[in-house]
Unconditional design. Sequence first.
Length: 55
Amino acid sequence: MSTYKLELESWGPQTGRRFVEVGPGTYKRTGEGQQVEVKLRAGTLGLPWYYVDEP
């Protein structure tokens, strides 16, 4: 099984670069150096979670 990851620069509460796992469609549609939108949400028990929005 393949794993698809994007490398993200600093954003919101995240400092430094970070690799995030995305689906194969998002990975294939995202070119090198392309900006993506990261959506940050408040989760259950106050635990934040985020996802990369489709480019």
